[in-house]
Design a protein around this ligand. Structure first.
Ligand code: SAH
Ligand code: SF4
Length: 367
């Protein structure tokens, strides 16, 4: 099997080149070609000696996952469905905005954490993505979008993706090593050079892994809170039974010591009649009192047989107002790309579950 060079950060690539009897600066050159120029074909790496190019052709590939489908939403949101050799695969979403282009990246095929309102969680878990499969999503997005007019203000750009959020399928901190390798490549000036503030990991609250992330690769952190009490969070985010709110809040405070931003973003999916009442907002304001934070309210995106409803505008407004009156900054996430099932929690179709439990529902997908 040839080695997929997308699996390596620069240290890994340098070590692999050394084994091949090549100098470290050659690794750096190839790294630039792959990630900065978006070149996958060694023959096009023109400043590399022909003999080395031939050697690379024998032993290595630059191989992002194959694209099964690419869709464009009426609002400009793009979605790619990648073939990762398992059922319907994984998805990546690009959200163009006036001043930035955000890529929503997946980390696992399915998810084992079973949040009740999440279509990925309902599908079961198959496997972790490799580092190549994670960074490959950014590679493909930049490659496909490069040179296109992709900002609503009319700029085109060599680097269409300016921000990455690990908010696609899967729990990034449950695939720690591969995610950290991919994050390292995103941040590396020899590759994508994204600032730590523009790369966000979203977690449902794996406390020990939050501490490890702070040490290894402190990027911006979003925590999926979704409930102000253990009783309610136990029901909708079952990992809460293992890492309850008091531990989660303490982990957030510890993370902030290393974080590139001086706040945690708390994501809060609004589920009509479940967690969207004024009392929940008041409890929430109290819960996070000691954690510098911002709130991002996400209206629930329905999927077939979810059992939940979208919140109404008025309860959302009241909820938001209570948090604002308590002194918090609150944003409400706009739903983008829902005509192509690219909105939060609507990603991807069937997953061949390997966790041994019955797959409760299969999500619709353009197959
Ligand atoms: N596993 C990580 C990251 C992926 S989910 C996490 O849970 O944080 C990214 C965000 O989408 C999370 O905040 C998640 O709770 C939210 N989400 C999941 N399903 C959703 C749905 N149906 N509607 C709206 N948001 C949803
Ligand atoms: Fe997994 Fe996140 Fe979905 Fe929960 S919300 S099931 S952690 S992907």
């Amino acid at each position: 099997m040839p080695q997929n060079l997308l699996d390596f950060d620069l240290d890994g690539l340098t070590a692999w080149f050394t084994e091949l009897g090549e100098k470290p600066f050659r690794a750096r050159q190839v790294f630039h070609w792959m990630h900065q120029a978006g070149v996958a074909d060694f023959a096009q790496m023109t400043d590399i000696a022909k003999s080395l190019r031939e050697k690379l052709q024998q032993h290595a590939v630059v191989a992002p996952s194959a694209i099964n489908f690419a869709h464009t939403s009426t609002d400009g949101t793009r979605k790619w469905l990648f073939d990762v050799g398992v059922a319907n695969g994984i998805e990546t979403v690009f959200i163009p905005e006036e001043d930035r282009g955000t890529l929503c990246v997946s980390s696992q095929v399915g998810c084992a954490l079973e949040c009740t309102f999440c279509s990925t969680g309902r599908q079961g878990f198959n496997r972790n993505l490799t580092a190549a499969e994670i960074i490959g999503q950014l590679w493909v997005a930049n490659h496909s979008l490069r040179g296109e007019v992709n900002r609503t203000n009319g700029d085109s750009s060599d680097r269409p993706v300016t921000n990455v959020v690990m908010m696609g399928m899967g729990e990034p901190l449950a695939n720690f090593e591969n995610v950290v390798t991919a994050l390292g490549i995103m941040l590396d000036d020899h590759a994508y050079g994204l600032s730590r503030r523009r790369v966000t990991v979203s977690t449902s609250g794996l406390v020990p892994a939050m501490d490890r992330l702070a040490e290894r690769c402190p990027v911006a952190l979003a925590v999926s809170l979704h409930a102000p009490t253990d009783a309610l969070r136990d029901q909708i985010v079952p990992i809460n039974k293992k890492y309850p709110l008091v531990e989660l809040m303490a982990a957030c405070r510890r993370y902030l010591v290393h974080a590139p931003r001086d706040f945690i973003t708390f994501e809060y999916v609004m589920l009509a009649g479940v967690n969207d009442q004024p009392e929940h907002a008041r409890q929430l304001a109290e819960l996070v009192r000691d954690v510098p934070c911002k709130f991002n309210l996400i209206p629930f995106n329905p999927f077939p047989d979810s059992g939940y409803d979208k919140p109404h505008a008025e309860p959302m407004r009241v909820f938001r107002q209570i948090l604002q009156d308590a002194g918090y900054v609150v944003t409400t996430r706009k739903t983008r790309g829902d005509d192509i099932d690219a909105a939060c929690g609507q990603l991807a179709g069937k997953v061949a579950d390997k966790s041994g439990r019955v797959i409760k529902r299969m999500h619709k997908e353009a197959a």
